[in-house]
Write a protein that binds this ligand. Sequence first.
Ligand code: SAM
Ligand code: SF4
Length: 329
Amino acid sequence: MNPIDYLRISLIDRCNFRCQYCMPEGTELKYLLRQEWLTRSEILLLLREVFIPLGFTKFRLTGGEPLLRLEIVDLVGDIAALPETEDLALTTNAFYLGKMAQDLYDAGLRRINISLDSLDRETFDKIIGNRGKSRWQQTWDGIQTAYKVGFDPLKINVVVIPGLNDREVPDLAALTRDRHWHVRFIEFMPIGNANLFGDRAWIPSEELRQTIREKWGLESAAVKGNGPADIFKIPGAKGTLGFISQMSECFCDRCNRVRLSADGCLRPCLLNETGQIDLKTSLRQGIPTHQLRERVRDLLALKSEINFKERNSGTAGEKYAKTMSQIGG
Ligand code: SAM
Ligand code: SF4
């Protein structure tokens, strides 16, 4: 069994974008109150006394939009300074990255994943649910700043939606030809918003690879670590292409991660709430951290059974009630 050593920490369930595939406009989301969020010191306490003693060494800060959390730079500094931290990363929509990239880097962050679903302003604004002044340029500038500041690897996440941005796949892939970027195509998951695009609104990664192969050529590239992406490369390109195929393939067997939501619930599997532990309430009730550690240890032992492997049964809406922004993508 894979060691489970990677914790994704959602810092906030709110976002300044309303991506159609994540938290589409019109869906009523019940946001957490600020006092329901794990505080900075609670996060650190859980890392030091629960997760690190259980072998966790890799951490990712996410959301919602994590750059909306005011203490983000301090939190990065805190986690980067823990001697056990081997890897610290952040996932962001990059809208505020232009003004924050240097501070995040100086605080110790080196790895960043950025969502960018289109190179076309109109399509981009449509996907992120923006009706005012285009937000594309500020997002693109944020990405450029992060690149200049030295984030390496810099990964670009693209959720591919048929009829929205699928025709841009070759152009997005071409970003890797002269940049050390890693562009990753993610199959849309009908979670929390199942009826929006219908049940089969995802394009199998192999179809995307075929499109890229025909235009640029494609070769397999060495894979490092236990991540969910299958890695390829356009011949001669500086960067790589990743394909995250959670709908067309099941990679549960190589899953090394669990998720902590902004309100402190530990979730063993993205697609299954079974076994979830409310760590924040337990902490605030005064339950000692060594007891919480035992509960988490028991949950981790069950993870391979809890992992949700049935992609194609039932309707998506029944299966995955929460949105990615609420779970912490
Ligand atoms: N706001 C940040 C961002 O967009 O990068 C971080 C949080 S977001 C929930 C994390 C990742 O989840 C993003 O890469 C986003 O594209 C992905 N995501 C959200 N909803 C998704 C869905 N329904 N299917 C597949 N990926 C999704
Ligand atoms: Fe916000 Fe990220 Fe969800 Fe888009 S994918 S709505 S940027 S949390």
